[in-house]
Design a protein around this ligand. Structure first.
Ligand code: 3PY
Length: 252
């Protein structure tokens, strides 16, 4: 088994990811074989149910690739279910205040540090009771990543980064662009400046930063800037590009 994602981030090697938007275990398995450091299963924008997320997580569990799951929204009841399924690395979209971030940390922790409900022998997260110490070690396995992708989140990014238990922060350029008045234009200079400012605040807090890169070049530049993890595309994007290229190669 891999070290927790927060341990992998702490090791300092740039971690390259691929977005999984197809919501399909078969394609997730294919992607898991390609050597990415992480795959992101998208429960926010893709046609996923908790069952389809679990099926994808099971399909890729045999491979040395981190399974990150983005929840549709940061809600303690949802987070509890995901953690019980062993989906221990969570990305929560649209986090805008330190208070909201602290609530997410509590959702990931058992009492007295939080409000997570207890389940062990029936929980995949606890290896169905085989991890006898799970209740006391779960927080070591969990990596909570919060997404900064709005003007308000940006304003509060230093306070959010300072929240104990927020393990990493992830920038969503498309939503950030929309929130800053540049819908559909995540490459707008004002968005780039905002990303640079967010990166500076996150690293000043000593937390790893991640980003949804807009291209492989953007991912390389982000790693050079100091980002710890970046996605380089989506499964759907790869199909679109591959289909377009092969058709054009024949038809010209
Ligand atoms: C964004 O760019 O806004 C994202 O959330 C990545 O999907």
């Amino acid at each position: 088994t891999l070290p927790s994602f927060k341990q992998q981030l702490a090791a300092g090697r740039p971690l390259v990811g691929l977005w999984q938007a197809l919501a399909n275990p078969y394609s997730a398995e294919i992607c898991a074989r390609q050597g990415f450091d992480w795959l992101l299963l998208d429960g926010e924008h893709s046609p996923n149910s908790i069952e389809s997320l679990l099926a994808q997580a099971q399909a890729i569990a045999a491979f040395p690739v981190e399974c990150i799951v983005r929840v549709a929204f940061g809600e303690p009841v949802v987070i509890k279910q995901y953690l019980d399924l062993g989906l221990h690395t969570l990305l929560v979209p649209m986090v805008e205040t330190a208070e909201q971030a602290a609530g997410l940390v509590r959702a990931c922790r058992y009492p007295p540090h939080g409000i997570r409900g207890v389940s062990s022998a029936t929980s995949r997260g606890a290896n169905f009771g085989i991890d006898a110490d799970y209740l006391h070690t779960a927080s070591e396995k969990i990596t909570l990543i919060v997404q900064i992708e709005s003007r308000l989140g940006l304003e509060n990014v230093a306070e959010i980064a300072a929240v104990d238990g927020v393990d990493a922060l992830f920038i969503g350029p498309s939503d950030l662009a929309a929130s800053l008045g540049h819908l559909g234009n995540p490459r707008h200079p004002e968005v780039t400046e905002a990303i640079d400012a967010a990166y500076a605040a996150i690293s000043a807090a000593g937390k790893p930063a991640g980003i949804f890169a807009l291209s492989p070049d953007h991912a390389r530049a982000s790693f050079a800037q100091g980002f710890a993890f970046a996605s380089v595309g989506t499964d759907i994007g790869l199909i679109i590009n591959g289909a377009r290229d092969v058709l054009q190669a024949v038809r010209g």
